[in-house]
Design a protein around this ligand. Structure first.
Ligand code: HEC
Ligand SMILES: [Cu+2]
Length: 369
């Protein structure tokens, strides 16, 4: 009886260990901090190695002493009593001084790396990042600090160039983490934190908010699109804040003959969309993402949905059903209104600017669910 129960326990522990071990076997995953793809994430990774090594040595040493003590000094009979001693100055000094020295080494390595990562570079491109429940706003700045491109959720950057993110929040505390490109940094209301990122090669890099920020925290992802400089320049030019989106005649009694785009445009102005969303030259709403170049983005709503008509239709039908807690309310639109709105949204931006053609030999990013 006793034998089976301890055998089972051993089996349980063995299986648990196996699961833990197997969890480490995933081939490269999209948010793998141990696969840095830029100088700043590499710098963090370079710190992980010595600190992990030191921790591993300490672990093996301490566990080794415990196992040794368990066997060497186990109680051998009822009468067995440990030798009564009153401390050992030699041992106590050792186990105070040695850990202190180890911590000093780890501390020096860590603090110097923090200072390195905190530097601000004159030549870095400047992007303001504002966390919102539950999406990211990006404003690209020129040398005078004026916004030249305003977009959301998908951050485009040129490869090989330093990009300084100046992060803040419009509501609660968020945390920005694109693991292959950089460490984490807080986005805090009323405060601006800095982080520099840089990508080695064109690719999609994934990340997410890593500070619990409400019900859809897990749906607050982000996507960095690193492109060759020429392609990035095309993207910038195609997102100018100066250019106004097309407008259409307002549809009234002529609904039977009006185009879908014109009907969608009219609904956009009449159903409250324009009060929450900016479209350059059309509206200035600031509660939700700027939609001027909506169709240039491959994903929407915190980069969790691929921007196809099915997903967009479901979104416009009932946003909180698609993304719990969504601050875009259900607006009670009819199916034909939704169709017209989608036709209008598709006129905003250029799908050719959605992302990098992946160079041969480089694995494509995984599809977003
Ligand atoms: C009360 C404000 C509000 C109204 C009204 C509103 N929206 Fe939104 N909308 C939002 C917010 C907030 C988000 C971001 C939701 C998220 O990602 O969590 C959003 C997201 C979106 C997105 C996804 C944008 C992206 O790139 O992620 C689209 C498209 C959109 N809204 C279209 C519309 C249309 C069309 C209407 C009118 C029928 C509308 N919205 C009305 C607040 C609003
Ligand atoms: Cu968040």
């Amino acid at each position: 009886m006793k034998r089976t129960s301890s055998g089972r326990r051993l089996l349980g522990v063995g299986l648990a260990c196996l699961v833990l071990l197997a969890a480490g076997c995933a081939a490269d995953t999209p948010q793998n901090a141990l696969n840095p793809q830029g100088p700043f994430s590499r710098s963090v990774h370079d710190l992980i190695k010595p600190v992990f090594l030191i921790a591993a040595v300490v672990f093996v040493f301490v566990e080794g002493l415990i196992v040794y003590a368990v066997f060497r000094f186990r109680r051998r009979s009822e009468e067995d009593r440990p030798e009564q001693i009153h401390g050992s100055t030699k041992f106590e000094l050792t186990w105070t001084v040695v850990p202190a020295l180890i911590l000093v080494v780890v501390g020096v390595l860590t603090v110097s790396r923090i200072f390195y990562l905190d530097r601000q570079f004159e030549d870095a491109m400047q992007v303001e990042v504002i966390g919102h429940q539950w999406w990211w706003e990006y404003n690209y700045k020129d040398a005078d600090g004026k916004t030249v491109v305003a977009t959301a959720n998908e951050l485009h950057i040129p490869v090989g160039r330093k990009v300084q993110l100046n992060l803040t929040s419009a509501d609660v505390i968020h945390n920005y983490w694109p693991p292959k490109l950089a460490g984490k940094i807080y986005a805090i209301p009323g405060r601006v934190n800095h982080m520099t990122i840089q990508a080695d090669k064109p690719d999609f890099y994934y990340g997410q908010c890593t500070e619990y920020c409400g019900i859809s925290h897990a749906n607050m992802r982000l996507r960095v699109v690193a492109e060759e400089p020429a392609q990035f320049a095309r993207w910038m030019a195609g997102h100018s804040i100066e250019r106004s989106a097309s407008t259409y005649p307002i549809v009234g009694d002529d609904a039977a003959t009006a185009t879908e785009e014109a009907k969608g445009y009219t609904l956009f102005l009449q159903k409250g969309c324009s009060g929450c969303h900016a479209v350059n030259g059309v509206s200035a709403g600031a509660t939700g993402p700027n939609l001027t170049y909506f169709n240039s983005r491959a994903t929407f709503a915190g980069a969790i949905f691929e921007s196809n008509d099915d997903n967009l239709r479901a979104w416009l039908r009932d946003p909180p059903a698609e993304k719990p807690g969504s601050l875009m309310p259900k607006l009670g639109l009819t199916e034909s209104e939704i169709g017209s709105l989608i036709a209008y949204l598709r006129t905003l931006g250029d799908p050719a600017l959605r992302g990098v053609p992946i160079p041969s030999g480089v694995a494509a990013g995984p599809p977003q669910p």
